[in-house]
Every structure is written in C-alpha cells, then in structure tokens.
Write a protein that binds this ligand. Structure first.
Ligand code: PMT
Length: 225
C-alpha cells in the first residue's frame, strides 16, 4: 500500500520529446518515449497528488486519474507547463525539449533540386522552460526538478547544468543502450541544489520515479490549507 504522502498537492510532470516541424511531412525530434515521465506521473497519482501530465508525442495511453495535456512542439509544451505550474507545488521536467527549431516552416514539402545540392536548415533557439520555471517561480517555495541526459562527463556536466538552470533537483541520467531513452530501465544520480547527491542504481523507471518524489517531499513548501 502506497502512503498518500502527496495528498493535497498539485504536481506537474512533462514527458516525451518535442517535434519541431520543418515542412508538412518532416520534423526535428528526439528518441524520448515518455516512459520516465509517465512513471513519475503515475507514482505521484498513487501517492495522492493531483497530477497534470504535459506530454509530447508519446503515443502512450492517458494514465487513470491524471489530467493529461497533449502537445507537440517546445513552444506548445512551454505554454501548457507554465499554465499548469501556476498553482503547482512541484514541477518535474522529464520531457526532452528541443533546444532549437527550424527558423522557417515550409508550407509545401521541401523538394530535391536537379543540381544535386542539399538545402541548409537554419535553426533558432527554443525557450528554455526549465530555466524559466526556476527563475520565475509561480509560487514561493515551488519545487522545480529537471532532468539531464548526458553522454560524457556525466556528473561534471550535470553539476554545471544544475547551477545554470537554477532548479532544486536535477536527475542526471547517462545516455546508454539499455537505459535512458526508450528503455524500461534507467540509472541516475539526483543532484540537489544544497549539494547532496543521491545515486539511483540501474532498475525500472518506476523506482527512479519513487526516489524523485521521496526527494521532492521534504522540499515542498508548507501547506497553506
Ligand atoms: O522518455 P524516455 O524514453 O523514458 O526517456 C527519459 C529521458 C531520457 C527523456 C529523461 O530521463 C530525460 O533525461 N529527460 C531530459 C532529456 C533532455 O534532453 O535533457 P537536456 O539535458 O536537454 O535538458 C535539461 C533539462 O532542461 C530537462 O529537464 C529538459 O526538460 C529541460 N529543457 C531543455 C531544453 C529546453 N529548451 N527547455 C527545457 O525546459
């Protein structure tokens, strides 16, 4: 039996990978399946929280008892997350958000040309939702959690990212064959702004989800009701 230790709380979780359209048939995307974010949302609901899950392109069924908002691009995901965050006790950004999007959208399919050349795609920066959530907390004491998917110098990059983004917790996971993107398992170190580091051994994404909420719990603001 799960203790309802998040009862009375509203938490927001983002999941999946944004797709940035190039033309009517193509997009820039990433390999996020949404499994880690869904595991977080389901775990929070089981612990009694009201959960808003903002997903992008996961194709996963809506979990029972969770409010799901479906989005596609980074700009759409940002809007939905900021709206839901307005009265949230905690926000967890597990989504893989594209850092860049094509500068222009071609209304017709981009065609090959006869000269054998290839088009150049100009990119522009997307908003950094996690940095924005951390800098402009919707409520005093709102807990903001980020994820970092790293391929090398995992911990050093994670520590630098925690400082740069300004969130309370950063879940650092290394990109690998049997973990992180797409798999059922994950392995991580959760870095806290107060300097504590919690390693989470290789195991189901559900186990990492529980550890994240265990670490969020003591950081939640005092109840006002
Ligand atoms: O979905 P799964 O297949 O289960 O895989 C899970 C996962 C690997 C996607 C997840 O565990 C994970 O690591 N999510 C973050 C992936 C990522 O791309 O991280 P990042 O290092 O690019 O971004 C760092 C943080 O900033 C993330 O919390 C991200 O949501 C956020 N971000 C990034 C870019 C941006 N423009 N806005 C953001 O808010």
């Amino acid at each position: 039996v799960t203790a309802p230790d998040l009862a009375g709380r509203h938490v927001v979780v983002s999941a999946g990978g944004t797709r940035e359209p190039l033309d009517p048939v193509r997009y820039l995307g990433n390999r996020s399946s949404g499994k880690q974010g869904y595991a977080l949302a389901k775990a929070a609901a089981a612990r009694g929280a009201r959960v808003t899950l903002v997903e992008a392109n996961t194709g996963l069924p809506d979990p029972a008892g969770v409010d799901v908002v479906h989005t596609g691009t980074a700009v759409q995901l940002r809007e939905a997350v900021l709206k839901a965050a307005a009265d949230a006790d905690a926000v967890v950004m597990a989504a893989a958000v594209a850092d860049f999007r094509p500068a222009t959208y071609a209304p017709g399919k981009i065609k090959k040309t006869d000269d054998g050349g290839a088009p150049t795609i100009e990119l522009v920066r997307n908003p950094d939702i996690l940095a924005e959530l951390s800098a402009d907390r919707a409520l005093p004491g709102q807990v903001v959690v980020g994820f970092a998917a790293e391929t090398d110098d995992v911990l050093a990059n994670g520590r630098a990212k925690l400082a740069r983004k300004g969130c309370d917790l950063l879940v650092v996971n290394e990109v690998g064959e049997r973990k992180t993107f797409g798999s059922e398992e994950n392995e991580a170190v959760v870095l806290a702004a107060d300097g504590t580091e919690t390693p989470v051994p290789y195991g189901p994404k559900e186990a990492l989800a529980e550890t994240v909420w265990d670490l969020v719990l003591p950081r939640l603001r005092e109840r006002t009701t």
